[in-house]
Design a protein around this ligand. Sequence first.
Ligand code: B12
Ligand code: SF4
Length: 585
Amino acid sequence: MSYIVLWNSIAKRRRSISDTFYDNGLGTLKGYLEDKGHCVDVIDWARDDVFQAFSPLILAVIIRKFYSILMISKMKVVRKLLGAILLQMQEFLSAIQRRRLNKAIMRFAYELKKRQARILGIKLWYGDAFRNAKYLISIIKKIVPEIVLIAGGYHLTLYEEHLFQGTDFDLGVVGEAEYTLEKILNLADNYKDNWNKDRFLEEIISLAQDGEIENLLYHKNGKVFKTFRRPQSIRQSKSIPHYLIDKNKVRIHVIVESLGCDWGKCHFCVHSHFYPHYSLRDPEELIREIEAMLKIGIGIFRFAGSDTPPTFGMHIAEKIKERGLKIIYGMGSRPIKGARHQYDKLVTAYSTLIESGLRSVFMGGESGNDFINQEVMNKGVVFEDIVYTVKALRQAESKIGQKVYLSLALIYPAPLLGKITLNELRQDNIRLLDQTFPDSVMITPPGPFLHTEWYEQRDKFGFEVDENIIKKAMEYEYVLYKPPHLWPELGISLEGRPFKILLEECNEFRRQVEQELNIPTDLSDEHFLMFYAAGIRDRDEILKTKRDTMLDIVSCDYRLSRKIARKVNIFSYQLATGQRIVKDE
Ligand code: B12
Ligand code: SF4
């Protein structure tokens, strides 16, 4: 039996109210490795109390007050003055957060030394979280150099060998890591009483060279190597995550019902790189996992798949109903090609899903223009498909008499290839929103990410990117609320417009959607799931809560987000156990 510590990298401030969900990836690794007899500690700082502890509450409350005045003030001078003061205060807050986070990292390194940890796995996320992970490993190299450092998670799977440039990781594991970590820990069993990091690493590398360890990234003689990627297969074999219930995490379990995407060809998307094949989980297995979560007091779920096709979802929903399980959940649902011709079938599928607990849906629409969706996005669906899929969802909603919250995602602006104007694209998007009237629109600016067609064929799509774009993108902190002129330069331009202009165009469209169409923006299906559980269900309340939680994020006074999380936890517990009172664990 070997011991591994898994640490979740975090940014020094929250990015969203859903940041504190249980991390199912780390939970899965813990579940799998513990079932194999190893010992796993998950250290996850993405918790309500930890985020708050990084920011002095008094300062955060003052910042919040100033922002709320700024939001309603009509006088230009007052706005300018407040803007300048807030900028200084944010910088001061940032410096304090940095100091506190660095101190916590230092304490963590000493704790690892005390525990005599030999293997540390780090789950990487983009931006500030990645910078913090790099700081942690630089400290560990000084304080406990005998620890083997292993990187993993989506950020590593996307950037692979690029992550070894400028970081000191010993190893990386791409994609599903349970099987690779198991091999590494089995090997560590032989070094229990005679730990020797160099010899241990040499043995791993030699096994990797013999093709015995899959999904591994390692370096030798200054070069980075990748081993064969194990095809994922989750039909029967995904482990049930092990969680330690903690009142500072949100009682929502992200459940793997599928991995990858059944389409997988959108030109802007990286998912087929994360998961090269599309695989579905056996609904019976899912039910087993749902029942295990209900036993520990979790009754709210989010399906992890990029897309849960309604027909597959219906099988799961039927099983949930058969077993009489009382849960609520959210999921991703791709618009259906030819939705108009299978309309009745779709209404039936969505109705069954709603009856079994579906309350929120994320749908990628991308745009309301067919040329853009086909030639630029390669979305595989057109305007009519999106409209009829949403209609079917809405009809199912009224048939069952239960509201489902829909987040529709659009990319704006987009490469136009000289075929249409930006104004035409915007008009078509508005037409789409008029006909679908989603509960929220998630609007993102275009980005040519590594491993996407937009990146591979950047000239064709009109993108220009700096030479060191990969390094920059890995650390770039995407902060929605910051005015575009304060964003650091990213080194991307589209059809001659630099990224800051793209951000301004994107913000301008957001304003139009909010003010002219009166549709909230940037609320995802996870937000709606939380709001629903916390009793925030009607439009006005949702709009108000969106504004107020945005103030939480901007000011780092997270009291409202924490209050919502507490309500979600009570709801989730009551749903799972049928008991009315929740204990404060
Ligand atoms: C559900 C979801 C969420 C949920 C829950 C996340 C969770 N894992 O608990 C919520 C809403 C909270 C969320 C938040 C965020 N998410 Co999210 N999320 C997803 C989604 C839809 C599914 C993730 C999932 O459950 N996968 C299945 C699990 C089992 O996989 P996994 O966590 O990756 O774990 C496996 C491997 O990665 C690996 N592994 C995991 N950890 C470690 C650690 C080590 C040491 C090793 C070796 C291996 C390893 O082994 C695991 C088991 O097989 C994906 C998109 C998609 N469809 O895949 C986006 C996605 C992962 N999210 C993304 C992002 C950016 C975020 C945020 C940073 C967004 C933000 N707020 O700014 C936050 C970060 C949250 C945090 N803790 O800091 C990106 C990641 C892109 C990138 N370059 O990193 C994705 C890919 C979406 C996208 N934009 O394309 N997310
Ligand atoms: S954007 Fe969605 S539908 Fe398109 S390939 Fe990615 S996950 Fe699949």
